[in-house]
Design a protein around this ligand. Structure first.
Ligand SMILES: C[S@@+](CC[C@H](N)C(=O)[O-])C[C@H]1O[C@@H](n2cnc3c(N)ncnc32)[C@H](O)[C@@H]1O
Ligand code: SF4
Length: 450
């Protein structure tokens, strides 16, 4: 087996590739469902008595815009937007309950409040929203209830409200601890703020704390990364999502606010990741799939060992449910056989909810082949191995070059990603992405592999 240097591999494979949070990936959603078709699919997913539900609630608001941000946000300091938005969210929720009564009967195993910034909402509005959701749902006593928070704007009293409803997981947006990096991405977040939110969460009894970090931000270098890793380890979160910065300025114009020359790319960017990974592993973290770390005693690591681990639009989770129901502007839902996304523009979302009770923008009805490859890709991005059915031998041909470069090893039809191959997991997935292989995108849509 020839040995190829990391820089040569990066020169060859650092191309635009999907992130595989779904299969088919969003640009390949072609077979859009109507709202009725979507509701039938929701109903079907909950037909069994023991079907399980996850709920995702999107709160789009943030007071200021971080220039790197790729999320669906609505930037305003005017908090009068909170109440009308909650009214629309609850209207959408009640429309679902009316159309598919099983939603209130089946067990809810997971609720995630995401954004934007859920703690943009005041204590009383959080309380009102959760009260109205929780009284209609059958929430498992062991449910995973999680929230994403921006430590710059999160009060202990808000965490207390959510704790009262049983919220037990919290994810803090940290991104980077270096002041210069923070300044350039318009996100000044003193270490003390992150420390305070982490301590508040522990004091209130949240059992799991996650930090979101990003590598590849402007002005990041080995010195800044050392600082970020050191401070992260000092606060010792249970999990770390260590995202590769997705640079998509043709979609997110604010990413043009810094100069591209300041971005670490290719080998420089990957070296930052590998440095941090080694440091995290030294203090007991385990690498999970792409860009995630968890303690050895954390449920996510156990889920990987037990092969129950799942990956969805929010990242890695410990288990899969029969339905992921997304509420709010831009929220994505998944009934396994069908994806569904709400209107991405706030005004349009509100108008559609007002008129129809639902806000379908697009989605995809998966055919037999999509379902088969969805399962295979999911297995690959979670466990880094997968057995390819014999009738799809041509996948081996497509991945031949990666085998030669020692990114993967075949044992008959069983594909195993190597240590070196981990960095190119998204490229390897492309071998199983029949839709993309048949038709490459005509315009720029995906961020770089590294
Ligand atoms: C909805 S935000 C997090 C919550 C909260 N708004 C905050 O920033 O603290 C989810 C996460 O997505 C990640 N993210 C946002 N834009 C990104 C990008 N362009 N590339 C990679 N990760 C990104 C950040 O790590 C961020 O914490
Ligand atoms: S990173 Fe978080 S706080 Fe910053 S703009 Fe994006 S969603 Fe808002």
């Amino acid at each position: 087996m020839k040995t190829v240097s990391l820089s040569d591999l990066i020169a060859k494979y650092d191309i635009p590739v999907p992130r595989y949070t779904s299969y088919p990936t969003v640009p390949y959603w072609t077979d859009f469902p109507t709202t009725n078709e979507w509701l039938n699919s929701v109903s079907k997913s909950l037909s069994k008595q023991d079907a399980k539900i996850s709920i995702y609630i999107h709160i789009p608001f943030c007071e200021t815009l971080c220039s790197f941000c790729g999320c669906n946000t609505s930037i305003t300091k005017n908090h009068s937007v909170e109440e009308p938005y909650i009214t629309y969210l609850l209207k959408e929720f009640h429309s679902y309950l009316q159309a598919v009564p099983e939603i209130s009967k089946r067990q809810v195993d997971e609720i995630h409040l995401g954004g934007g910034s859920p703690t943009y909402l005041s204590e009383s509005n959080l309380d009102y929203l959760l009260d109205n959701l929780f009284k209609e749902l059958n929430i498992s006593p062991n449910a995973s209830l999680s929230v994403e928070v921006d430590p710059r704007r999160t009060r202990k009293t808000q965490l207390d409200v959510m704790r009262k409803y049983g919220f037990n997981r919290i994810s803090l947006g940290v991104q980077d601890f270096d002041e210069e990096v923070q300044r350039i991405v318009n996100r000044i977040q003193p270490f003390e703020k992150t420390k305070e939110t982490t301590e508040n969460a522990h004091e209130l009894g949240y059992k799991s704390v996650n930090f979101d970090l990003i590598y590849g931000l402007p002005k990041q270098n080995m010195d800044t990364m050392k600082k970020t890793v050191e401070k992260t380890i000092l606060l010792y979160p249970d999990r770390i999502a260590f995202y590769s910065y997705a640079h998509v300025p043709w979609i997110k114009a604010a990413q043009r606010l810094f100069t591209e020359e300041d971005l670490p790319t290719g080998e420089t960017k990957r070296t930052l990741y590998e440095y941090a990974r080694n440091e995290f592993e030294k203090v007991g973290y385990k690498e999970i799939g792409m860009d995630h770390f968890a303690h050895e005693n954390d449920g996510l690591w156990k889920a990987l060992l037990n092969k129950t681990i799942h990956r969805n639009f929010m990242g890695y989770t410990e288990f899969r449910t029969d339905l992921l129901l997304g509420l709010g502007v831009s929220a994505i839902s998944d009934s396994w056989e069908c994806f569904h996304q709400n209107e991405k523009i706030l005004k349009k979302y509100q108008k559609r909810i007002n008129e129809l009770g639902f806000a379908t923008l697009r989605g995809h009805k998966l055919n037999e082949e999509d379902l088969e490859f969805r399962k295979l890709i999911l297995e690959l991005v979670t466990t880094l191995e997968v057995t390819i059915p014999k009738e799809h031998e041509e996948i081996k041909n497509y991945l031949q070059e990666m085998e030669k470069d020692n990114l993967i090893i075949w044992n008959e039809n069983h594909l195993q990603v190597t240590e070196i191959g981990r960095a190119f997991l998204r490229n390897i997935c492309m071998g199983l992405d029949l839709r993309m292989r048949r038709k490459l995108p005509e315009a720029k849509v995906f961020s770089q592999a590294i």
